[in-house]
Design a protein. Structure first.
Length: 586
């Protein structure tokens, strides 16, 4: 009751000030006070509705009486300013940030007496808050220009749902700020679906659909007039339904909050991690944000440990390659290198290998950037160059931890390769990755790091190069015929081709199971170079990669191309996929 009385007294005082200034008369004031009481509206809203005082003049008058500066909001507000206050607070409290310094933020508000809104902004931002006054219509217009109207956001969300399906249950873990915080006893911060603003639900929809589609990456890309969302499915990007461009700032800010990044920084690249639970599945997301001309681009790598294949026999190794690989991973010491570009399945191969070797009497230690899959019984270290925890530093520490097997996420420099070689020569089995195009190229790459070739020849036991090809979808797989001569031009041995002029291959027609692509899942193609005495001699002579490759092929090495062509002839993949991944005949 007291609150109602106080509100009426404030309205009456405001009305008397307006009368004293000659903006209205007492008759008009009494009529408006009665109307305000009956309608439940504030006096200023009634005055504007009745057309007695123009809204801008009225708000300017109130600002002057309260000792605040009045502003007109006309120019678009910059994204780095908007990012200082969460969209949910801006919408709920009817405020808009207009400028900031290192230790203060200036916010436009229509009601100077709304102390609760000011306090919430102080708590949210952690800086001093300065107040300026703007009309409610100006603030509403600024919010709509910046984020789109709430109705349009809801419509965009419903449109996306219609094209992609309902939102999965998304729970953000270890987030510092996620709109409304409800932290349970396990420290998991959850968002209630009913309380989420539409932009948060749009982000949840993009994430949950990507996980259901088994995507490996999510790309959110701004262009001058549109926003594009793409998922990488089985190694290839596929365009997805996307919200309008005007929601970009809100989407990027939401992702930054989830990844505990600086939401106000829009000029520099940022990297972070998000841990979420989507439909009871634990998912890690590696987030990369890059400023582009039309806005910030976001790429999220989905690290789904439940999808990690750990069966070495099912990775795609040919019979000959598997026999060599299985033998050398049980060597008591030496270096095994796994090479290939990003996304070629190196981590899966190494994790599957460690899964085979992981025994109670074996001490296995890994240094990775990042740790992609937690393995019970394996000591895994996350590389952090900012604090000096490099691959080389971790590897030096490992040698004092009595390891039997060591895995190095990537050999990047001379120091790391020298420590790895020293570990191999002192009785440890070392697994490491390297970025090269084929197996012989890895030897040349290490030689370029100015490592003594005699040490390389002594430590190196095997080099594995790999790629991933897409499997034909089993539900829409069909046979078709091609000219045998054309297949021969791809590099397939005549021994593997029929005598007939036509050869039967397979492809996918496209169905719901494979999202119309004709492919579902991937399988590895491998090139396993066994370091024999002959190869060691060539390393000591600093032989070129081409000569090493020729010698290895004479010794029976199955090349990447040959491995891929075998998958083609066995009906596992298509000719187009083989050409895309490993090219034609060399």
């Amino acid at each position: 009751m007291k609150e109602s009385t106080d509100s009426g007294a404030i309205s009456k005082r405001l009305g008397e000030l307006l009368v004293s200034e000659g903006l209205i008369n007492y008759g008009q004031l009494n009529d408006c006070l009665v109307d305000a009481k009956q309608s439940g509206q504030a006096l200023k809203a009634v005055l504007v509705r009745k057309g007695l005082v123009e809204e801008g003049k009225l708000v300017e008058f109130i600002a002057k009486q309260c000792g605040f500066k009045f502003v007109r909001l006309q120019a678009p507000i910059k994204g780095e300013i908007l990012a200082r206050v969460p969209e949910k607070v801006i919408r709920q409290k009817k405020v808009i940030p207009v400028s900031f310094t290192e230790d203060s933020l200036t916010v436009a508000i229509s009601d100077p007496l709304n102390i609760l809104a000011v306090d919430e902004i102080k708590i949210t931002t952690g800086v001093k808050v300065n107040i300026v006054i703007a009309s409610e219509s100006d603030i509403d217009a600024a919010i709509e220009k910046s984020f789109g109207s709430e109705d349009s956001a809801k419509k965009a969300l419903e449109d996306l749902k219609g094209k992609t399906g309902e939102i999965g249950e998304v729970v953000v873990q270890e987030a510092k700020a996620v709109g409304r915080e409800d932290v349970d006893e396990d420290g998991v911060t959850s968002i209630s679906k009913e309380d989420e603003v539409p932009v948060i639900q749009i982000v949840n929809l993009i994430l949950s659909r990507a996980v259901k589609a088994k995507a490996s990456d999510i790309h959110i890309e701004p262009y001058p007039k549109l926003l594009r969302v793409r998922y990488r499915l089985d190694g290839v990007l596929h365009e997805q339904p996307a919200p309008p461009k005007k929601f970009l700032n809100g989407i990027v800010s939401r992702i930054k909050i989830m990844a505990s990044l600086d939401i106000a920084e829009r000029r520099r690249p940022q990297d972070g991690r998000i841990k979420v639970r989507i439909d009871d599945k634990e998912i890690d997301l590696r987030v990369s944000i890059c400023p582009c001309a039309p806005g910030e681009k976001v790429v999220m790598r989905i690290m789904d440990s439940s999808a990690m294949m750990l069966d070495l026999e099912k990775l795609g190794l040919d019979q000959e390659n598997y026999a060599i690989y299985a033998r050398h991973i049980h060597d008591p010491h030496g270096i095994v290198l796994v090479t290939g570009p990003t996304g070629s399945g190196k981590s899966t191969t190494l994790y599957s290998t460690l899964h085979v070797l992981n025994m109670p009497d074996i001490n296995i230690m890994t240094v990775e950037d990042p740790v992609e899959y937690l393995m019970k019984g394996v000591n895994q270290v996350h590389c952090n160059a900012e604090i000096g925890l490099t691959f080389a530093a971790a590897l030096r520490t490992f040698l004092r931890q009595d390891p039997d097997i060591v895995m190095v996420g990537e050999i990047r420099d001379q120091e790391t390769v020298n420590i790895a070689i020293n570990a191999a020569l002192t009785g440890h089995l070392v697994f490491a990755t390297l970025h090269t195009n084929d197996a012989p190229g890895a030897i040349t790459r290490i030689l370029m790091m100015e490592v003594d070739p005699i040490l390389i020849a002594s430590a190196l036991t095997m080099v594995v190069a790999q790629r991933m090809v897409r499997r034909i979808c089993p539900q829409c797989k069909e046979a078709y015929e091609v000219d045998t001569q054309w297949l021969s031009s791809l590099g397939i041995s005549r021994k593997r081709l029929p005598d007939a002029s036509k050869t039967t291959l397979h492809r996918g027609k496209g169905c719901e199971n494979c999202v119309g692509s004709g492919y579902r899942g991937r399988i590895g193609v491998y090139e396993v170079l066994e370091v024999t005495d002959g190869i060691r001699e060539m390393i000591c002579q600093r032989a070129a990669a081409l000569r090493i490759k020729e010698a290895a092929v004479k010794n029976g090495m199955v090349t990447l191309q040959e491995s891929a062509l075998r998958k083609l002839m066995d009906g596992v993949t298509t000719a187009e996929e083989v050409i895309r991944v490993v090219g034609g005949a060399h």
